[in-house]
Write a protein that binds this ligand. Structure first.
Ligand code: NAD
Length: 274
């Protein structure tokens, strides 16, 4: 293994073993419920990964799938899960079909069962640094940073992508850790002038080849969140050869992806043991 690789797969497996031991000691069985709507092939894969990992860790798993459903009916179903004491954590698999009211649906999940950390209440807690349940991908990125003892204080961190799922929460999490954080997005002019200056570059856009080797700083740390499937193969947003210039870099696959799933499992444990 290249010594520059930030090995998310390895870290996630180590954390899974630790979590399994802790779960085995619990007196009650924890249950993760996933609500999904429609027929999105990528979502099917992601739900399958969560189910597999949930059982491996020692949880129960419940998938409430609807081919089609109205916003009001979906909200009723989520409320039933909220009221069900046997359900520890609830996630709504995204993306939802366009005709559904995503915000109303996500915010129906009880904040203390919101293991995806996506309700407005949990997002506000994150902004105010009072969070316990962090959204899974940002939590996974922070875990990788800490696992590799990456110093953040005063470092120039550039995040590309400002989604509520990834870039925006990461902006706040890194700011709370005293990094100097710049958040770039689709309207940023001269992206390279920012990325080239970054001690730590985090990219979460969903565009293969967005960041080329010449856009990164020598000796920087690169965390590539992007997942792009091209001709059946997975790529990140950063060209793989950028690793030549970096100090450390996440691969795709095997970097941030496995950390997202283990972070979800850790959130279920946290809600279930409060
Ligand atoms: P999104 O579409 O919600 O957000 C994309 C962001 O990229 C937006 O903020 C947009 O402003 C920005 N953007 C678009 N074009 C840009 C450009 N040319 N220059 C700079 N910024 C630009 O996507 P998302 O949900 O945040 O996901 C981003 C990527 O991360 C996707 O590839 C997704 O599959 C991946 N992802 C991976 C994991 C994981 O576990 N590894 C988890 C979530 C998302």
């Amino acid at each position: 293994m290249n010594s520059k690789i930030i090995d998310g797969k390895k870290i996630s497996l180590e954390r899974k073993e630790l979590l399994k031991e802790k779960v085995a000691k619990l007196k009650k069985k924890l249950t993760l419920a996933v609500v999904s709507v429609g027929d999105n092939p990528a979502s099917r894969v992601y739900v399958g990964q969560k189910e597999k990992m949930a059982y491996e860790v020692g949880y129960n798993f419940k998938n409430l799938h609807f081919d089609t459903i109205s916003t009001d009916d979906l909200i009723k179903e989520i409320k039933k899960l909220n009221d069900d004491d046997s359900v520890t954590g609830i996630i709504v698999q995204l993306p939802l079909p366009e005709n559904l009211d995503k915000d109303r649906i996500l915010n129906t999940v009880l904040p203390n069962k919101d293991v995806d950390g996506l309700t407005n209440i949990n997002l506000l807690k994150l902004v105010k640094n009072e969070s316990s349940l962090l959204p899974c991908t940002p939590k996974g990125v922070m875990t990788l940073i800490d696992s590799y003892n990456i110093d953040l204080i005063g470092k120039k961190v550039v995040i590309v992508g400002r989604s509520e799922l990834v870039g925006l929460p990461l902006f706040h999490l890194l700011l709370h850790r005293n990094a100097t954080v710049t958040l770039c997005h689709s309207k940023t002019k001269d992206l390279k002038s920012y990325t080239k200056d970054a001690d730590i570059l985090i990219v979460a856009v969903g565009k293969k080849g967005l960041i080329s080797k010449d856009m990164v700083k020598d000796g920087s740390i690169i965390i590539d969140v992007g997942i792009n499937r091209v001709d059946g193969k997975l790529y990140g947003d950063v060209d793989a050869d950028a690793i030549d210039k970096s100090l450390l870099m996440t691969p795709v696959p095997g970097g941030v992806g496995p950390m997202t799933v283990i972070s979800l499992m850790e959130n279920v444990y946290e809600t279930g043991t409060k």
